[in-house]
Design a protein around this ligand. Sequence first.
Ligand SMILES: Nc1ncnc2c1ncn2[C@@H]1O[C@H](COP(=O)(O)OP(=O)(O)OP(=O)(O)O)[C@@H](O)[C@H]1O
Ligand SMILES: [Mg+2]
Length: 253
Amino acid sequence: MRILEFERVSYQYASEDFDIVDQLSFSVESGAFHCVIGISGCGKSTIFRMTNGLLQPKCGTIRVGGIPITQQKNYCGYMPQRDLLFPWRTIGENLALPLEIRGGFSGKEKTELVEEALADVGLAGCRDKMPQELSGGMRQRAAFARTMLTGSDLLLLDEPFSALDFLTRISMQEWLLEQWRRHKKTILFITHDVEEAVFLSSSVLVVEKTPIRSLREIPVPMGKTRTRQDLANPEIVALREGLVDMLRKQVGG
Ligand SMILES: Nc1ncnc2c1ncn2[C@@H]1O[C@H](COP(=O)(O)OP(=O)(O)OP(=O)(O)O)[C@@H](O)[C@H]1O
Ligand SMILES: [Mg+2]
């Protein structure tokens, strides 16, 4: 089943004289994990912001679960690249926000879910801190936990692990794969780290050109249960280098 569909979607920033996304069509199968890669400024976050409804396409239709997004609310969880947390709310209050939006949780349930989500990302004990008291990587993990609490089947994660140190990053990657398998989510995940893209994806979506007219889908031949050792497999190494070459070509124009 297709969970997300773009049908001839275009977008133009008011200050630009061209469509950065130009008649783009693609679809995502339910349960897929796609990393989206492409050079800086190519329009990856723009695609996420349209999917989330923050930007309105100039033309075309975006559907989630077969229904145009203009006719629904709360259909996806979105972790933006910047401006992650509300500075006037504690970490706990930030995480409780999606639960407040969903409604139907008692105060006790909210507290329990928030504490569980914080513990999951290694932030147990940070509930009463303010965002500005945390490091960049800790804030990123808190924002990530908040996105998971939306409970949405479709998650859009814009460079969620970019501020993390190497070891935290790889353990968060393993944790996310486990969540994906266990909760059967559909995940779109923007990253600049090609190895991360290969490790996480069922297939990688490559933005080869701006304006974006298509996404090139590169399947990753690894099962859902995978380990970092699989990255050393010659077939996977070749795939990774092929992706690096595609990005290099884009930089070269
Ligand atoms: N609000 C805006 N007004 C005008 N142009 C914008 C705006 N936001 C983004 N752009 C431009 O649109 C292009 C794509 O931006 P976008 O944020 O989608 O890129 P990206 O692929 O996510 O890049 P990065 O990897 O650096 O995050 C960039 O050239 C950017 O300058
Ligand atoms: Mg971006």
